[in-house]
Design a protein around this ligand. Structure first.
Ligand SMILES: *Cc1c(COP(=O)(O)O)cnc(C)c1O
Length: 370
């Protein structure tokens, strides 16, 4: 029989529902809600998360790549799915799976139109991305008339939405830049949709946009990190609930005397009698070497235990001296009342996004229903 206790990432759907309702409460009743479920729903489980969000009433989904969208369709997700970063080699698959492409360049626009025409599509829903200063994907202002012309010359596609992405919505120092982006988005959009004859959805706000620029929600918002429990802000974070909790167990405890060393390269030196515990999780699971050498720690019985020595591929050693614990006891890497994942990420010099999307698929995902 499989051990009941092991390294697991618990996915709490009740927390997801809480976060969804919180973010919904921040936007107008008629503003649509797009849930970003790319990268396995930020490292959790895109199918389970999308099913729950569909039940909660999300209007739209977004994924980064085509395969992610196909996976959702294969698992019965029916709401529209925007593919944020498609390649033109996947346009047929997009249409076959009822996915909606982000068209962000002349090449993608022309290529999608010709695919849609070849497959006899009428009014196939597409999304037009505008570059307002992030300088990543999207059409520049000077390209708008070209976009208009290509679109007015074909009945094969219809613009479902026009959107852009903010570069620093979480950063108050960059407020002026952000307001300029929003302003430019408004101007470019007017120009683009002026003679269209119908009104596409408009959206520019991600999670921090919703929180910091509530007047710029337009007709839809795109939230990712907030759904998973992170507000990119010390005052917002306590109002959200992290969806993921990463847990493991103690495999072995060893008592060491002064002079002993722990782990590869003898990176940890013992200078007083210590209890060192071994955990079945390592850098191959997404807990990178940066967290070693006491940069970060974990919680055992509600007490802090620093990670000592180098993080190995499948093993981490922690110092549990003075903590009343034994082999088999639960260890919280992040989540729960003691260790906010943001604090753990910060200890490793990174951000919540990278920490949670970096937990490898080797770690079992355990769904906790609402
Ligand atoms: C990932 C992504 C989002 C979600 O941003 P959050 O900060 O996680 O809310 C929104 N829009 C685009 C284009 C994205 O790539």
């Amino acid at each position: 029989m499989r051990e009941a206790k092991e390294t697991v990432l618990e996915i709490n759907l009740g927390n997801l529902a809480h976060n969804y309702r919180f973010l919904r409460s921040k936007i107008g009743k008629d503003v649509k809600f797009l849930s970003v479920v790319k990268a396995h729903a930020y490292g959790s489980d895109s199918v389970e998360i999308a099913k729950k969000l569909e039940e909660l009433g999300t209007d739209y989904f977004a994924v980064a790549y085509v395969e992610e969208g196909i996976r959702l369709r294969e698992n019965g997700i029916i709401k529209p799915i925007l593919v944020l970063h498609p390649q033109f080699t996947h346009f047929e698959e997009i249409i076959e799976n009822c996915l909606e492409p982000n068209l962000y360049s002349e090449k993608t626009l022309r290529s999608f139109i010709s695919t849609a025409e070849r497959l006899n599509q009428k009014n196939y829903p597409v999304h037009i991305k505008l570059n307002t200063g992030l300088n990543r994907l999207g059409f520049d202002k000077a390209e708008i008339s070209m976009v208009q012309e290509l679109i007015s010359n074909t009945p094969s596609i219809k613009i479902s939405s026009v959107f852009s992405h903010l570069a620093a919505s979480e950063d108050w120092q960059e407020r002026e830049f952000t307001l300029d982006q929003i302003d430019l988005f408004r101007k470019m959009t007017w120009q683009l949709i002026e003679n269209l004859g119908y009104e596409p959805l408009l959206h520019i706000c991600n999670t921090s946009g919703v929180i910091n620029y509530p007047k710029a929600t337009f007709s839809m918002v795109r939230t990712g990190i907030g759904l998973y429990g992170y507000g990119n802000d010390k005052t917002v974070d306590p109002q959200l609930k992290p969806v993921g909790t990463l847990k493991t167990i103690i495999s072995q405890i060893r008592k060491l005397e002064e002079g002993a060393t722990v782990g590869y390269n003898r990176a940890h030196k013992i200078n007083k009698p210590s209890h060192i515990a071994t955990l079945p999780i390592g850098h191959a699971d997404g807990i990178n070497r940066i967290y070693g050498k006491q940069k970060a720690g974990v919680f055992v019985k509600g007490k802090y235990a620093p990670i000592v020595g180098n993080v190995c591929m499948d093993i981490i050693m922690i110092d549990v001296t003075g903590i009343d614990c034994e082999e088999g006891d639960e260890v919280i890497i992040f989540g729960g009342p003691h260790q906010h994942p943001v604090d753990f990420a910060q200890a490793g010099g990174t951000i919540s996004y990278e920490l949670i999307t970096g937990i490898q698929r080797r770690v079992t995902r355990k769904i906790i229903p609402e």
